[in-house]
Ligand binder design. Structure first.
Ligand code: HAS
Length: 554
């Protein structure tokens, strides 16, 4: 059946705003990803940046665009899209549409304002914007508006949930909505550091209202948010992995209550761990670094539980599809479905990435890898691995679901996921070892000094190969997504429902699930833990401020 444009979203206006959030995110990912191969080639001593002038002035400008668009913009928009839509569908409620569109416009305007100095090389401060590096005020103001749009989305989800609770007293919240609520509460708590850093220090500084900023305090506020933000990126993909993937794979989620515990652990432990990014910073006593090491080991726990739950759910699916024996269930999984494939391959990358994270988190081992390309290898396995692949895999069913337009060239979608996996695997493997064995520094324009790390030559060749593979993959993936969304054909007979999975162990009457339902109590415990882990050091830093004037990298 063909519907004209205005009718297409009649009865489900939240689909349209979700689609807009999602597609804006994919546009950011497209532009950001195009710089990826250039970074990979830099780490192979091949310098293409001179050919991009005057469009892009330097390696560092390219790296800033790459990091901001991929790690901050795309990830947030994906979270806003998915964790607005899935809770709405699972609660059977509609978010306030005026505010939903306000959040989209805030994201769009914030992004546009920040893009001007980024593209004009006036905010080449990398995605961590550590002072004393100083960018144009429009970058900080745009970024602030962009991040605040996520607060609007999160508030909409909380409002829907409270509405549902009032109408359904005593009932356990449906799992997708429960996970989304916990995710947004975690983000409200976790984003405070970044908001204070930008609103109280960086914006006044960039306008010239204050002379300088204390780098240690700014880094501490940044990393207060900066580690938890990785779970803000990860959890939307976990929500899909728990609530949709088991059914798409042909089975059921093994335990709903355990999934709730996993998300509560993320609420508790995502934030009070940021000093593990500052092990080498002077001014933070070893005791507090050790406390954050211990808490970081705690935040690995929910991912270890996820490894168990998802693998067990996949085994249920594989066996239901006729898989037998020790690995027969693995081969019986629907590897030909690009959405399932994306998650399977993403999770495979996540295993070594997570193990590397635990190396990073160790106060002592960190000394061997900090600020080397090992770290870039780690986070590409995590965020460019599972997070990006999960988002891409979800887009293969979500875009058809939202638009009523069938997926264009599923074979190409499937191939793009294999290429992404192979390219990312080669690149991250090389980055880990060239950092660890040869001390090659991260975020460095090493192609400018080709003789400096000559010993890392073989790893550099792998980087060049991965850059080319990933470039081909970007073309395939974005062709599929944009061709699907922009085609004229609509077919509403398919993709009507979200394929939410059933659980084998259900939450009703389960003591763990009932305890987990006391979300505000857990939120208070999480806030208390943050106060203990950060309070004393923040008080001390504020009492001994040491502001320094800004410098420019470009
Ligand atoms: Fe990290 C640095 C520690 C996870 C992202 N991390 C970074 C940076 C980024 C990042 C972007 O402690 C760089 C920031 C910068 O620019 O400076 N990270 C950890 C730890 C974890 C961790 C302990 N990181 C992530 C995730 C990210 C991410 C997730 C993005 C989404 N990270 C660190 C530390 C640093 C750091 C230090 C600072 C280092 C320094 O010196 O600067 C843990 O959460 C990891 C837990 C994960 C696991 C893996 C579980 C495995 C699963 C897969 C199961 C497989 C299945 C497949 C089901 C324990 C869930 C079945 C398949 C079939 C075929 C059947």
């Amino acid at each position: 059946r063909t519907l004209s444009r205005p009718d297409a979203y009649a009865g489900a206006p939240e689909k349209k705003v979700t689609l807009y959030l999602l597609m804006l995110g994919f546009v950011a990912l497209l532009v950001g990803s195009l710089f990826g191969p250039l970074q990979a080639l830099n780490y192979a001593n091949i310098d293409l940046y001179p050919f991009l002038r005057p469009l892009v002035q330097s390696y560092y400008q390219g790296l800033t665009l790459h990091g901001v668009l991929n790690a901050i913009v795309f990830t947030q928009l994906f979270a806003q899209a998915v964790l607005l839509y899935l809770p709405a569908r699972s609660l059977g409620l509609r978010p306030n549409m005026t505010w939903a569109w306000i959040s989209w416009w805030m994201a769009f305007v914030g992004l546009a304002v920040a893009a001007v100095p980024l593209l004009g090389n006036a905010a080449t401060v990398l995605y961590t914007f550590y002072p004393p590096l100083k960018g144009h005020w429009a970058f900080y103001v745009g970024a602030a508006v962009f991040v605040l749009s996520s607060w609007v989305t999160g508030s909409l989800v909380l409002e829907m949930w409270l509405r549902w609770k009032r109408a359904n007293p005593g009932r356990v919240t449906p799992l997708p909505a429960y996970m989304s609520v916990v995710h947004w509460l975690m983000w409200f708590l976790a984003s405070l550091g970044l908001v204070v850093e930008v609103a109280v220090f960086l914006i006044p500084w960039s306008f010239g209202w204050i002379e300088g900023v204390d780098p240690l305090l700014a880094r501490t506020l940044f990393w207060y948010t900066g580690h938890a933000i990785v779970y803000f990126w990860l959890l939307p993909v976990y929500v899909i992995a728990y609530t949709v993937l088991p059914r798409q794979a042909g089975g059921k989620l093994v335990s709903d209550p355990l999934a709730r515990v996993v998300f509560l652990l993320f609420l508790l432990f995502s934030t009070p761990v940021g000093f593990h990014h500052q092990f080498s910073d002077p001014g933070i006593p070893d005791f507090w670094k050790w406390v954050h090491t211990v808490l970081t080991m705690m935040v690995a726990l929910p991912s270890l539980l996820t490894a168990f739950t998802i693998a067990a759910s996949l085994e249920v699916a594989g066996r239901a599809r006729g898989g037998r024996g020790l690995i027969g269930w693995v081969t019986a999984l629907p590897w030909n479905n690009p959405s399932v494939l994306a998650f399977l391959l993403g999770f495979i990358l996540f295993i070594p990435g997570g193990a590397g994270g635990m190396v990073n988190a160790s106060f002592t081992l960190n000394q061997g890898v900090h600020n080397t390309t090992w770290i870039s290898g780690h986070f590409h396995m995590q965020v460019a691995g599972l997070v990006a692949m999960g988002a891409m895999g979800a887009a293969f069913w979500l875009v058809p679901h939202l638009t009523g337009k069938p997926l264009v060239r599923p074979g190409l979608a499937w191939a793009s996921m294999w290429l992404w996996f192979i390219g990312m695997f080669i690149m991250t493997f090389a980055l880990h070892w060239m950092g660890f064995l040869h001390g090659v520094p991260r975020r460095s324009y090493i192609a400018e000094v080709p003789e400096a790390y000559a010993g890392a030559g073989p790893w550099m060749v792998l980087n060049a190969i991965s850059g080319v593979i990933l470039f081909a993959c970007i073309l395939f993936f974005f062709y599929v997504i944009f061709a699907t969304a922009l085609q004229r054909r609509r077919d509403f007979s398919e993709h009507q429902e979200i394929p939410f999975a059933e659980a084998i162990s259900k939450p009703e009457g389960n003591p763990l699930a009932l305890l987990a339902e006391r979300v505000w109590l857990w939120f208070a415990v999480a806030a208390g833990l943050v106060l203990v882990a950060y309070g004393p050091m923040l008080v001390e830093m504020l009492a001994n401020l040491n502001p320094v004037p800004g410098v420019r990298l470009w």
